[in-house]
Design a protein around this ligand. Structure first.
Ligand SMILES: NC(=O)c1ccc[n+]([C@@H]2O[C@H](COP(=O)([O-])OP(=O)(O)OC[C@H]3O[C@@H](n4cnc5c(N)ncnc54)[C@H](OP(=O)(O)O)[C@@H]3O)[C@@H](O)[C@H]2O)c1
Length: 309
């Protein structure tokens, strides 16, 4: 039997890709934000209790890392309280909750890829609220999949790729942080991997037992690692090779030619962002491969694919 799936955050980078792919698995209910504001507990209960759901996919979040420093209460409501409620309701329904978390739950003091069991120690408010969400889900007893990902970008939304393209059309010289190491992950690849995993679970059986067996926390990022500085250079390299009539590219640069001729590496201290970020947040995807047989392409291949869309 095909599952009924609730998808939150359908306008987001990841949510919009999932909204395209999840209908392959079942019937998708994807409310607008004004129909389901996740800061409204009563609304969450009402929507979840009135639908016969087997899967709840939570792609909504408060993702403003710097903004969260001065608005932690809203970030907590979205990133911890809403997932807690979704998990409680999922448990009552016998549904599987799929949720996304972040590399920013780690402090970056490691120098080898983080595994799922490494102790979290978020450096910023966003990371604290996302970790609280993870813990609420794990403690709920609901069947769940928590996928931790990193440095997400897409050809729409607010992200590093589009910021670099905009700045490259405005300035001759860009300064980009070169002492943070991570794995830029394309929302499309994340959505594809998630859908593949869910297809495997749904097609084997939709029993609660199977959901519970699959339950756990997994790292899901692009393979490889880079810095924001190297990522910026790679973006500019790809854009020079790309067909210039890509609609999303024209929209990112507002149709202007790219004038940036230099990218200068700077340190995190020089950049001075409101939220501290981990210096190293590469996540090992070994568990994802071992349990689900799923691997994501490396970050450079993912970036190239973006420019052929
Ligand atoms: N972006 C990253 O670099 C990154 C890195 C690691 C992990 N993640 C995690 O990956 C997941 C997906 O991130 P993303 O980058 O795709 O997010 P995104 O593009 O910022 O999208 C967030 C979504 O949440 C919705 N939303 C915000 N507040 C809401 C509210 N009060 N009620 C209902 N919906 C609300 C937004 O709706 P509107 O369009 O109406 O605002 C949007 O659809 C999140 O869990 C995030 O924490 C992201």
């Amino acid at each position: 039997m095909k599952p009924t799936i609730l998808l939150t955050g359908k306008t987001g980078q990841l949510g919009s890709e999932l909204n395209r792919l999840l209908p392959k698995l079942g019937e998708v209910i994807a409310p607008e934000r004004n129909e389901l504001d996740l800061r409204d507990p009563e609304k969450i209960r009402q929507i979840l209790r009135n639908a016969n759901l087997q899967l709840i996919v939570n792609a909504a979040a408060y993702t403003g890392v710097d903004a969260a420093e001065t608005d932690e209460a809203t970030a907590l409501a979205m990133n911890a309280e809403a997932p807690r409620l979704l998990a409680q309701e999922a448990k009552k329904l016998g549904a599987l909750l799929v949720h996304f978390s972040t590399d920013y739950i780690f402090d970056g003091s490691k120098n080898a890829p983080y595994v799922e069991t490494d102790p979290p120690n978020p450096l910023n408010a966003y990371g604290r609220t996302k970790l609280a969400g993870e813990e609420a889900i794990r403690n709920s007893g609901a069947a769940h999949l928590i996928f931790r990902t990193s440095w997400v970008y897409a050809t729409h939304g607010r992200n590093f790729l589009l910021t670099i393209l905009r700045l490259a059309a405005e300035r001759e010289e860009l300064k980009v942080v070169d002492d943070q190491v991570g794995a830029p992950t394309c929302a499309l690849n994340l959505a594809e991997a998630t859908t593949r995993i869910l297809a495997g679970i749904v097609n084997s059986s939709s029993s609660q037992l199977t959901f519970l067996e699959a339950s756990g926390t997994y790292h899901m990022t692009a393979a490889g690692q880079t810095t924001w500085y190297e990522f910026a250079n790679a973006i500019l390299e790809e854009v020079r090779r790309a067909p210039q009539n890509l609609p999303w590219l024209a929209s990112a640069t507002k149709g202007r030619p790219l004038i940036a001729s230099r990218v200068l590496p700077i340190s995190t201290v020089e950049f001075r962002s409101p939220a501290p970020r981990p210096a190293y947040s590469v996540l090992s995807n070994a568990r994802l491969k071992q349990v689900f047989g799923v691997t994501l392409p490396d970050w450079r291949t993912q970036l190239q694919s973006c420019f052929s869309r």
